[in-house]
Design a protein around this ligand. Structure first.
Ligand SMILES: Nc1ncnc2c1ncn2[C@@H]1O[C@H](COP(=O)(O)OP(=O)(O)OP(=O)(O)O)[C@@H](O)[C@H]1O
Ligand SMILES: [Mg+2]
Length: 307
């Protein structure tokens, strides 16, 4: 069953097309990732799906409700954690929860039950009287998630929920997303952290408002199945990249920390030993070299280039 059905969804700001004929479905209980560079149109799409921004054309239904015809009906059925603003900074943890409970119209008993759930889920027991502005990043984001799901919505939109959050807190946050999904909640989430995207059942890559790729991580990685990728560990990755980029067998390179990925041309094979010798001869010591499976980063760069 599809929780979200999007067809030719388009949004213009004046002449500028921010979202350009997007078409995709999200299944119930799915974790659906939205990837794309800054300005790709992710937040604009989410705001339309939440009933906060009118589409210029096209249709979208969320939980069976048409976002253009009944935006208020959509708002009642969803949870939304916006990219920038999602908590009241000057209110305490407890006041934020009660405030959102009021907005969602929860009665006292229901609110008390959900309040306990959120405090426990977010690990915020004992911090009820701390101001939101004084919470560390990981706690803030978990509180914001808690407030977004206080009314137990079946569909949740999370717009960059882990931006600026440390790796351990990010992992903890994704455990919560996994739990939501396992309980049947549909989650549409944006992120710039590609390691997080591995948690998603399916991923849409948005480029300049258009759908550039859609599929599971395995399906997306399959796009690079015809090319070999070599990973090189070098103390000077920048210099290694410069040398590799000049080799006719190398289609493109990208750097991840101290490792370089070189995508080889499909029609020009070169053994890794030979590649290593050329790097060493060029003055770049190689600590390790070997073939690897494409990462999501490789896919992301490939898709951006094709688009
Ligand atoms: N209200 C608006 N008026 C004019 N242009 C807008 C408006 N809202 C968004 N845009 C433009 O639409 C484009 C898409 O913006 P959007 O916020 O959807 O991108 P995004 O993919 O969420 O980017 P980021 O990763 O930086 O959050 C951008 O070029 C942005 O400047
Ligand atoms: Mg955004």
């Amino acid at each position: 069953m599809n929780a979200i059905v999007v067809s030719d969804l388009t949004r213009r700001f004046g002449q500028f097309v921010a979202v350009d004929h997007l078409t995709f479905d999200v299944r119930q209980g799915e974790i659906f990732g939205f990837l794309g560079a800054n300005g790709a149109g992710k937040s604009t799409t989410i705001r339309m799906l939440c009933g906060l921004l009118k589409p210029t054309s096209g249709t979208a239904s969320v939980g069976g409700v048409d976002v253009s015809r009944d935006p208020e009906g959509v708002k009642r059925r969803i949870g939304y954690m916006s990219q920038r603003f999602s908590l009241y900074e000057r209110l305490t943890v407890d006041q934020n929860i009660r405030f959102f409970g009021g907005i969602y119209g929860l009665d006292q008993a229901h609110l008390n039950r959900r309040r306990r759930f959120v405090l426990e889920m977010a690990g915020l027991e004992g911090r009820e009287r701390t101001r939101a502005s004084e919470l560390a990043g990981g706690w803030r984001q978990r509180l914001a998630l808690g407030c977004a799901i206080l009314h137990e919505p079946p569909i949740v939109f999370l717009d960059e929920p882990t931006g600026g959050v440390d790796p351990l807190s990010r992992r903890r946050f994704w455990d919560l997303i996994d739990q939501l999904s396992a309980s049947g909640v549909t989650v549409l989430v944006t992120t710039h952290y590609l390691d997080e995207a591995e948690h998603c059942h399916r991923i849409a890559i948005i480029h300049a408002g258009r759908l550039a790729a859609l599929g599971s991580t395995d399906e997306l990685k399959h796009m690079l199945a015809d090319r070999s990728i070599v990973e090189i560990h070098a103390s000077n990755p920048v210099e290694a990249m410069r040398l590799l980029d000049r080799m006719p067998e190398v289609e493109k390179t990208s750097v991840f920390g101290t490792t370089v990925h070189a995508v080889l041309r499909a029609d020009r094979a070169i053994p890794t030993d030979a590649l290593k010798s050329r790097l060493v001869d060029g003055g770049v010591p190689v600590a390790g070299i070997g073939p690897v499976q494409p990462s999501l980063e490789d896919v992301f760069l490939e898709v951006a280039e094709r688009a």
